[in-house]
Design a protein around this ligand. Structure first.
Ligand code: OAD
Length: 229
């Protein structure tokens, strides 16, 4: 039985029409991440941040999973073993493609969070600053996104899975944001085979024994076909 952990990033959703962050034309070339993706930015201008994530949610609702998302769902269903997807993406395309075992370490666009009582609920398509928490009634709702300076979700479960896996694959991530970026090296130290699937070499390349470069919609189905024989 094999255990595979797959770290995904914005590159896997690029061909679904969702922008990446650091590529030419990426989101962080158009927006100042300090203003839209930090707790301090939200405190300074909550409307700007709410509008930013409303726009991203609208893009996500209009997008469809691509061949790479579907290939990973096929792998989970067919592999006699365990497949865990640890995604940095806040879109829901892995779920919509049929993957079940998914951790969204940077939060989820489709979830709302109450900063008064930590209750979570499905986000409406458009969030408003005046929305109240269905559990405690406070009007202190925010997108359920892990901002810079906050701790990613489920780190303990992720660390356990990374320690136990035989194969670790990084797909469509630049490997520039920690702690996600350190997971490949950690898996390698624990004896896993590390695989990098990306449009081009990234920070993950130097710890990867296997590297395949090209659009995710091509390299991911090919890799899955190899694994499933
Ligand atoms: P980046 O934008 O940093 O990196 C995207 C990677 O995907 C790059 O290495 C591209 O070469 C690659 N790529 C682009 N198109 C691709 C395609 N069609 N097929 C395969 N690869 C492709 O995005 P992330 O690494 O996901 O965090 O960024 C990590 C985190 O930084 C995000 O979760 C987000 C961001 O700030 C927060 O907002 C907290």
């Amino acid at each position: 039985m094999s255990r595979i952990v797959i770290l995904t990033g914005a590159g896997i959703s690029a061909e679904s029409g969702l922008g990446t962050f650091r590529d030419k034309d990426g989101l962080w070339t158009k927006y100042d991440l300090n203003e839209v993706a930090t707790p301090e930015g939200f405190a300074r201008n909550p409307q700007l941040v709410t509008d930013f994530y409303n726009a991203r949610r609208a893009n996500c609702l209009g997008a469809e999973p691509n061949a790479a998302h579907y290939a990973l769902a096929r792998l989970e269903a067919a592999l006699p073993g365990e497949v865990l997807i640890v995604t940095q993406n806040v879109d829901d395309l892995h779920h919509r493609a049929g993957s079940k075992n998914v951790i969204q370490m940077h939060g989820a666009l489709m979830s709302a969070l109450c900063s008064a009582c930590d209750h979570r609920w499905p986000a409406p398509a458009v969030m408003h600053l005046t929305d109240t928490c269905p559990a405690c009634g406070h009007p202190r709702t925010r997108p359920d996104i892990v901002w810079f300076g906050e701790i990613p979700y489920h780190m303990e479960a992720i660390a356990e899975a990374v320690e136990a896996c035989e194969i670790f694959a990084a797909i469509g991530t630049s490997g520039q944001v920690y702690p996600a970026a350190g997971l490949a090296a950690e898996a390698r130290r624990n004896g896993a085979d590390c695989v990098e699937l990306n449009l081009e070499p990234s920070e993950i390349s130097r710890v990867s024994q296997t590297r395949r470069y090209g659009p995710a919609s091509e390299v991911v189905p090919d890799w899955v076909a190899t694994l499933l024989g």
